[in-house]
Design a protein around this ligand. Structure first.
Ligand code: UTP
Length: 445
């Protein structure tokens, strides 16, 4: 048995958590060492916070007011300003890819999921190619910061290396790991996953703040002279990863630069399950769909939903702002099923959310974009926000962009546009492509 005078033993005992040592005497030396290391890495002060949260219902401030947004300004001025910032080497890309991807049910890291309709490019490749296209176009390096978690970090790195980083220089990709936190059962107990390990979960996409700070990524970002970070989640194949117009609006809107800017799309109906932008105490924030009252969700102003600005989880962060965030983000509790040593059980996962940094910003902007151009998430294995629905949206954007660029595409033809071909219809270089694509034809460009 482990020394019952040790600090670890006392910490566990004080919280009535000694059951995690139940199989101690059956374990090999290596297993004992591994369990010990995992238990010693528990932040007991944080565990106390979780134990308190177990007793409470999530208290949500429903005192919100509508927040204004600006339309994405497709003017030459903004384009030129954004492109100048990129050419100066002040933009980096940040992708959060540490989630478990439970709903999708894919065995590997979600970023390795084959997402495109015809060629089956992975989600990581789609981001890498957008960066590569921008690097070539602007003659500059755009470093890529990827947040992973303990369960997918090595697999992510080897996937990137096995694919030659999709043409990017490996020294311009910085993979950093987010923290794992203990998962608790419904009675607030640590859960044994095996006889020699406990169940933990990644600390939510909000973990990117401490992940960036503690991994040294933020210092690296500063060292490279990066001023703005384009934040995308790994699972939206239509997210514009390098968007000069959004960058210009973020960096130069009205009087000063924003600390954080966010993209929104108008909700399709009152019950659409996306968080919405709103104001709390005068500051822009996001209210989760489940935290809106029915009245708030349904209320309209001049015929449009009052809280209709839906978040698509795309932000632009000012580097200095990310450095200044010292307060920890609030924890949110979610009930999920997990596998334990004695079978499946209901568990409480605690996570932080990236959008909780929004109210910390003194300057913040919300930019409305076209849903069909920028939002096709892959969350579920089927139905809404699934690979099938995303592929349909990707295919129709490809078709629309090619037609806007002057191509004739018959009904029944299928097209897939590579990010290496361009970042908007006006960029597309079409000289090598036939100008009529006939019904039944499949074309990957
Ligand atoms: P989701 O909240 O949709 O979660 O993450 P998920 O892990 O992809 O899927 P489920 O809920 O288990 O089915 C949105 C984005 O945030 C990242 C994900 O990788 C995804 O890009 N994320 C989420 C993290 O990086 N870390 C986390 O702890 C959670």
């Amino acid at each position: 048995m482990i020394d019952n005078k040790s600090n670890l033993y006392e910490q566990l005992q004080a919280r009535d958590q000694l059951h995690v040592l139940e199989y101690w005497d059956e374990l090999s030396e290596d297993e004992q060492a591994s369990l010990l290391a995992q238990l010693e890495s528990i932040d007991f002060a944080l565990l106390d916070t979780f134990l308190e949260l177990c007793q409470q219902d999530d208290a949500v401030d429903q005192n919100i007011s509508p927040c204004t947004s600006k339309a994405r300004c497709e003017c030459k001025h903004h384009l030129a300003v954004g492109e100048e910032i990129i050419k100066r080497g002040e933009l980096g890309v940040l992708t959060v890819a540490g989630g478990d991807g439970t709903r999708l049910g894919w065995s590997g890291p979600k970023g390795t999921y084959p997402a495109t309709p015809l060629s089956g490019k992975s989600l990581f490749q789609l981001i890498a190619e957008q960066i590569l296209y921008a690097q070539r176009r602007y003659g500059v390096t755009i470093p890529w910061y990827i947040m992973t978690s303990v369960s997918n970090s090595e697999l992510t790195k080897s996937f990137l290396l096995d694919n030659n980083c999709f043409g990017l220089d490996r020294t311009d990709i910085f993979v950093f790991e987010q923290r794992q936190v203990p998962t608790l059962d419904e009675h607030g107990k640590l859960i044994l996953q095996t006889k020699s390990s406990i169940v933990t979960n990644p600390d939510g996409h909000g973990g990117m703040i401490s992940g960036l700070q503690q991994s040294g990524a933020l210092a690296e970002i500063e060292g490279r002279g990066i001023e703005h970070l384009s934040y995308v989640q790994v699972d939206n194949p239509l997210a514009r990863v390098v968007d000069p117009i959004f960058l210009a609006m973020h960096a130069t809107d009205e009087v000063s630069s924003q600390e954080v800017s966010s993209k929104c799309v108008m909700k399709t109906n009152a019950s659409e399950r996306v968080g919405v932008f709103c104001l709390k105490d005068g500051r822009a924030t996001i209210q989760e769909y489940s935290d809106l009252t029915e009245e708030q969700a349904a209320s309209t102003t001049d015929g449009a939903l009052t809280f209709g600005a839906g978040s698509i989880a795309i932000h632009m962060f000012n580097r200095a702002f990310l450095e200044q965030i010292a307060t920890s983000l609030p924890w949110h509790k979610a009930i999920k099923k997990v596998q334990s040593v004695s079978g499946e059980c209901a568990a409480m996962k605690f996570e932080t959310f990236v959008f909780d940094v929004l109210p910390m910003a003194k300057q913040s902007l919300v930019v409305e974009v076209k849903r069909e151009d920028e939002f096709a998430p892959i969350k579920n294995a089927d139905g809404e926000d699934s690979p099938a629905s995303s592929k349909q949206l990707q295919a129709s954007r490809s078709k629309r962009w090619l037609m806007e660029a002057g191509l004739d595409i018959e009904d029944g033809a299928e097209v897939e546009l590579s990010p290496l071909t361009g970042a908007s219809p006006s960029d597309l270089e079409l000289s090598e492509i036939p100008n009529l694509i006939q019904s039944g034809q499949q074309l990957v460009v």
